[in-house]
Ligand binder design. Structure first.
Ligand SMILES: [Zn+2]
Ligand SMILES: [Zn+2]
Length: 654
C-alpha cells in the first residue's frame, strides 16, 4: 500500500509514502504529518494505492490528524480550482490550508452563534417577493441567483433574510465581500438588524483567530462567515448558501501569486456542495448577465430604493466649455458644493488616482521621471509644501522629489495631471472653512482608521469627502447630497476591453452613494466626451440600453463573454531569453492546439516590471470542456517557476 500526498509547497508534484504501523486508519482526504526534505510538514492524502509497490524504499507517514478530513466536495473543488486556473494542486492546497495552524495543542473555544431570530427587519413588498422567489429555489439542489438591484434597494437585507433560513436549517453560509466594504459599521448594522454575530475572516486577522475559524467551520461549530477572497477556501462541511456581494468587483480576481477568480470558483464550490449561490450587485458583470441569458443563472431585480429615496439626478459638465485656468474643479461644481454646504449636507469629490500627480515632466526637454525597475511613470506624492516623494505604484520603488531634471539639469520638472492629493490641495484653498476628509488607500493605514473616518462622515462631522475607488463601494453615507466625478475620461479611454463596462459600473456605484435618505442627490460628471454611449445610458437611467450596446460590441469583436482568453506572460532578466522562451512556447502551442487563436508573442503592454522583460502570448478560444483541459494541462506543466505567468480569464491586460 502506498499513500500519495501533496504538500502546500510550490511544487507541481505529489509524493509517495508508506503507512506507519501506529496509524490505524488512513483515508483519502486526511491531513497527515510527514518528513519532506528534512522538515516535518502537513500534507493532504489524495490517493491510496492498495496494490502498488515501490521499487525504492519509502518514508513512513509520521502521524494523522484524526479529526480533520477533507470531504469529497473539498477534494473535488480543490482539484477543479487547480485545473481550471492552471495552478498546481499544491499551490491550491496552500490556499485551503492558509487558516490551518500546525502543532497546536490547545483546541480553540467556540461560542454558539448568537441568534435572536425575533429581530428581523421588515421588507418592502418588492423585497418580500424576491426573498420568497429565492427561497423557493433553495429547495432545489444547486442553483445560482443574480440579485440585480439598484443602489440603495436593500440587496443586503434580501440575502440576509435568505441566510437566516439557512441558519434555521443548520446549514453553513458564507458571504464574500470586497475588502473595502468590510467595515465595522457594515458588520454592526448587519448584527443589529438580524441579531447575529457573524465570524469575520480576512487576510489581516491573527493566525490564531484564523485557525479558530478554520477549525470551527470544519467541525461545524461555526455557521456564518463573512470574509474576503480567502474565505472561499475554508473547509466548510455542510455548506448551504454562498453569497458574493458586489460580484462585479475586480478585487475578487487574485492577480498575484496563485492567479484565480474567486467569484467564478465560488459558483463551482456551490455546485460541488449542492448549495445555493447569490451573486449580488447594482451593476452585474457582463459575464454574469451572459450566464442569465444562457439560463445558467436566474436574475431577480430590485428597482426601488428603500426609505422612499429616489436615484440622484445626474448632469454632465462639458469641460470643452469650461474655463478652468489650471484648476481641476469647474465653477459649476464649485457653486453646487457651496449650495450643499449652506444646506449643511455633504459633498463627495471622486478622483480615481492616488498621489499628487501621476506624471512629472521636464518643461525644458520633455524628460519624464520613470521607475528604475519598471517602464512606468513615477507618481508624485507630496508630504508638505515642496517636500515630496516619487513612488512606483507597481514595485514601490521610491526616491526623494527634486524639481531638477536629470537630463538637461534645469529646475523645470512639473507635475502633470491630477491625483487625489492635488485635488485635496485645491479643495482646501477653495473651501477654507470646511471640514475635509481624504479617503485614499495611501492615507489610510488600517481598517481602524477607515472606520474612524467613516464614522465622522456618518455623524455629519465632515463637509467634503475626497475619495478614490475606496469610496465607491457599498458605503452608506446618509447626509451625502452632491457628488462630483473628475477625470473619468481617463478610464473610458484606457486600453482595456472592459473599459466601458468598468466606467459604467464605477459611475453607477459612485453616484449611488448620493441621496440615500430623504434628500435628493445630485451627481456632476466632468468630461470632455459628453456624447459617449456610457453617459447616454447613465443619464437616461437605462442600464439595459448600455448592456445591450456593450453585448453587441463584444459579440462583434468575439471578446469575452463570447470567447475565452488565457494570457501568458513570459518574463526574464535577460531580454533575449524572455523573447526566445516566448517563441518556443508559441511554436509548441501552434503545433499542439490547432483550434485556438494565438496572438503574439509580443512585448507585453508593461514591457519591463521589477527589472524583468516581459513577452506575452494571448490565447483566444471557445474550446469545449475536454479540449480546454488538455490545453490547461499543457500550460500548467510548462509553468515550472515564476518566469511564466498564466492568467485564465484575465481582467487586466498589463
Ligand atoms: Zn530636462
Ligand atoms: Zn517600479
Amino acid at each position: 500500500m502506498i499513500i500519495e500526498i501533496i504538500f502546500p509547497l510550490p511544487i507541481n508534484k505529489s509524493f509517495y509514502y508508506n503507512k506507519n504501523n501506529d496509524v490505524k486508519k488512513i483515508k483519502i482526504g486526511n491531513l497527515v504529518k510527514a518528513e519532506f526534505r528534512n522538515k516535518i510538514i502537513t500534507g493532504l492524502v489524495i490517493n491510496i494505492h492498495l496494490d502498488k509497490k515501490s521499487d525504492k524504499p519509502l518514508k513512513s507517514i509520521i502521524s494523522v490528524y484524526e479529526n480533520i478530513l477533507f470531504n469529497k466536495e473539498l477534494l473535488k473543488s480543490l482539484k477543479f480550482f487547480a485545473k481550471y486556473s492552471c495552478n498546481s494542486y499544491s499551490s491550491m492546497l496552500k490556499l485551503f490550508l492558509s487558516g490551518f495552524k500546525d502543532n497546536t495543542k490547545e483546541l480553540p473555544k467556540f461560542l454558539a452563534l448568537k441568534n435572536n431570530s425575533k429581530i428581523k427587519p421588515s421588507l418592502s413588498s418588492e423585497q418580500n417577493i424576491v426573498v420568497k422567489k429565492i427561497l423557493n429555489l433553495s429547495k432545489k439542489k444547486f442553483n445560482a441567483v443574480l440579485l440585480d438591484g439598484i443602489t440603495g434597494s436593500g440587496k443586503t437585507r434580501v440575502y440576509m433574510h435568505v441566510l437566516m433560513k439557512y441558519i434555521h436549517k443548520g446549514l453553513q453560509s458564507v458571504i464574500l465581500v470586497p475588502e473595502k466594504i468590510l467595515t465595522k459599521q457594515w458588520i454592526q448594522e448587519l448584527s443589529n438588524d438580524f441579531g447575529i454575530v457573524p465570524e469575520i475572516y480576512h487576510s489581516s486577522i491573527s493566525k490564531k483567530e484564523k485557525y479558530r475559524i478554520w477549525l470551527g467551520v470544519h467541525l461545524g461549530k461555526i455557521n456564518v462567515v463573512i470574509g474576503t477572497r480567502s474565505a472561499l477556501f475554508l473547509p466548510f462541511q455542510n455548506l448551504g448558501l454562498l453569497i458574493i456581494d458586489e460580484e462585479h468587483d475586480s478585487s475578487f480576481k487574485q492577480e498575484e501569486g496563485t492567479i484565480l477568480n474567486v467569484r467564478d470558483l465560488g459558483v463551482v464550490r456551490a455546485k460541488n456542495s449542492n448549495s445555493q449561490i447569490i451573486l449580488s450587485s447594482a451593476t452585474p458583470s457582463l459575464e454574469s448577465l451572459y450566464n442569465v441569458k444562457k439560463e445558467k443563472y436566474i436574475r431577480f431585480c430590485l428597482n426601488k430604493r428603500v426609505k422612499g429615496s429616489k436615484l440622484p439626478i445626474i448632469e454632465l459638465i462639458d469641460l470643452r466649455n469650461e474655463n478652468q485656468k489650471n484648476k481641476w474643479l469647474t465653477n459649476t461644481l464649485i457653486s453646487e458644493i457651496k449650495k450643499t454646504l449652506k444646506e449643511k449636507k455633504q459633498s463627495l469629490i471622486f478622483i480615481n488616482k492616488r498621489g499628487y500627480a501621476p506624471v512629472t515632466l521636464c518643461k525644458n526637454c520633455g524628460y519624464s521621471k520613470n521607475c528604475i525597475n519598471c517602464d512606468l511613470a513615477l507618481v508624485l506624492h507630496k508630504k508638505k509644501e515642496m517636500n515630496g516623494e516619487l513612488i512606483c505604484h507597481y514595485c514601490n520603488y521610491r526616491e526623494t522629489y527634486s524639481n531638477q531634471c536629470q537630463k538637461c539639469g534645469k529646475t523645470e520638472l512639473i507635475p502633470i495631471g491630477p491625483g487625489i492629493e492635488r485635488i485635496f490641495e485645491e479643495v482646501k484653498e477653495t473651501f477654507i472653512n470646511s471640514k475635509i476628509a481624504m479617503l485614499s488607500s495611501d492615507k489610510i493605514k488600517d481598517q481602524k482608521q477607515l472606520n474612524n473616518i467613516i464614522n465622522l462622515i456618518f455623524e455629519n462631522k465632515i463637509d467634503i469627502i475626497i475619495g478614490t475607488q475606496i469610496t465607491a463601494k457599498g458605503h452608506h453615507f446618509p447626509n451625502l447630497k452632491t457628488v462630483g466625478i473628475l477625470n473619468i475620461d481617463n478610464l473610458l479611454n484606457s486600453f482595456d476591453l472592459r473599459s466601458a463596462e468598468k466606467s459604467f459600473q464605477l459611475l453607477t456605484q459612485v453616484s449611488g452613494r448620493a441621496g440615500r435618505e430623504k434628500t435628493k442627490g445630485k451627481v456632476f460628471i466632468q468630461t470632455y466626451q459628453p456624447k459617449h454611449p456610457v453617459f447616454n445610458a447613465i443619464l437616461s437611467d437605462q442600464k439595459d440600453l448600455f448592456l445591450n450596446w456593450e453585448f453587441i460590441q463584444r459579440q462583434k469583436n468575439h471578446q469575452p463573454p463570447f470567447s475565452k482568453f488565457i494570457s501568458i506572460v513570459i518574463n526574464h532578466k535577460i531580454e533575449n531569453i524572455a523573447m526566445r522562451n516566448s517563441r518556443q512556447i508559441f511554436i509548441k502551442l501552434r503545433k499542439l492546439f490547432k483550434d485556438i487563436i494565438c496572438i503574439g508573442p509580443s512585448p507585453a503592454p508593461q514591457y519591463r516590471l521589477r527589472n524583468k522583460f516581459r513577452w506575452r502570448i494571448l490565447i483566444k478560444h471557445d474550446l469545449n470542456y475536454f479540449k480546454q483541459n488538455e490545453l490547461k494541462k499543457f500550460l500548467t506543466d510548462i509553468k515550472k517557476d515564476n518566469s511564466l505567468k498564466i492568467d485564465v480569464d484575465p481582467i487586466s491586460f498589463f
